[in-house]
Design a protein around this ligand. Structure first.
Ligand code: PMV
Length: 361
């Protein structure tokens, strides 16, 4: 088992939301500059549905997309405390008013935990190393980066907390911007949401997978097929809301909990069959939930289905571990161990002709 922070009683440490409130007055600099980076992530067990303020209906597990990263820098200048957090935002060099309302909401939600942010005027610059329109979860990396900036200044201005604390606080704050962002504050495999098999797990922030993973999962690839044009037909906010009165809600909560336990075992024991079975069941369950919502959404398109079929047929014929997952959109994430990439390129060359993004997991 990997390092898990322990409390004095020797049990895995679990912070409570109130632990993330400031304990003492921070010694704030007049001017501050910082720069951070945060990767996107892809969930294999999906977060879909919430209770209250960004508290997940079920636990989720994700891998970091190591090659899909947001870079954010900020200059913060002291001002008399304002009612709202004052900021300007430039995204990829240009003003980005479309993103501002979500960032205002994020700042408003984190104010009880980091109230000092109102004492600065923030000039924020952000860019992604992947196309924004590609349908990769850019809100996850974007809010994770913003949370890291806030935590970086707070850490410099206060004393006496451990690295585990700051990591948990960054994930806690990121969660208030976008739930999945909580998992972008992990090194590789993040688990967000309380689960009895995961020591230290919490509904309020993500933790690193606390077990060793089998070498079979050491070096993975995610080939994201960009099959989607334009914007998604449903925002994740609206999608989460549809789970509140969903007829399958209770069954979904049970299913996600069972899937997480099975996926953890598969990752520990090197069971690719089980890994793939759970991963694909999760992807299709997410879409089944959307299709059975009221109103209903079909976010896969004919190309998504075509590639799902092709991947499954290829797997049966060649007996190679290649599986898929989906986010709330039409893009297909094709997941496989790096060692079979050449095989895939040789035997299914048209796969790589599709516009795509290839990332290490
Ligand atoms: O973080 P949100 O609120 O955009 O929700 C993300 C939901 C999914 O991407 C569909 C699943 C997940 O766990 O990332």
């Amino acid at each position: 088992m990997k390092f898990v922070p322990l409390s004095q009683s020797g049990r895995p440490l679990e912070y409570r939301p109130e632990d993330f409130r400031l304990r003492s007055e921070p010694s704030l600099p007049g001017k501050w500059e910082g720069e951070v980076r945060a990767p996107s992530n892809i969930a294999l067990v999906k977060y879909w549905g919430k209770k209250g303020l960004q508290v997940p209906m079920n636990p989720s597990l994700s891998f970091i997309l190591r090659d899909a990263v947001t870079f954010t820098s900020a200059t913060a200048e002291r001002i008399p405390p304002a009612d709202e957090v004052r900021f300007t935002l430039r995204f990829e060099g240009r003003p980005a008013p479309a993103f501002e309302p979500k960032i205002h909401t994020f700042f408003r939600r984190i104010l009880p935990y980091s109230p000092w942010i109102r004492r600065y005027r923030w000039e924020i610059h952000s860019r992604n190393n992947f196309p924004h329109s590609a349908g990769i979860a850019s809100s996850a990396s974007a809010f994770a980066a913003l949370a890291l900036l806030v935590v970086q200044l707070e850490k410099e201005a206060t004393a006496g907390q451990s690295d585990e604390y700051w990591r948990a606080k960054a994930s806690f704050l990121a969660r208030l911007g976008s739930g999945s962002a909580s998992r972008s504050i992990t090194d590789r495999i993040g688990i967000w949401g309380k689960h009895p098999a995961v020591p230290g797990s919490s509904d309020f922030y993500a933790v690193e997978f606390p077990f060793g993973t089998h070498p079979a999962f050491d070096d993975l690839r995610d080939l994201v097929l960009l099959l989607q044009e334009g914007r998604k037909a449903v925002s994740s906010t609206a999608g989460h809301q549809l789970m509140e009165a969903h007829p399958y809600r209770e069954a979904r909560i049970r299913q996600a909990n069972t899937h997480l336990a099975r996926l953890i075992d598969a990752l520990r024991t090197g069971n690719w069959d089980e890994f793939g079975t759970v991963t694909e069941a999760e992807a299709l369950s997410l879409h089944a939930l959307m299709m059975a919502s009221d109103p209903s959404f079909i976010l896969m398109n004919p190309d998504t289905l075509k590639w799902i079929e092709k991947i499954r047929r290829f797997r049966r014929r060649h007996d190679l571990p290649v599986y898929f997952t989906l986010d709330a959109g039409a893009n297909l994430h094709v997941i496989f161990p790096a060692r079979i990439e050449d095989d895939l390129r040789r035997r299914m060359p048209d796969l790589f002709d599709v516009p795509h993004l290839l990332s290490r997991l």
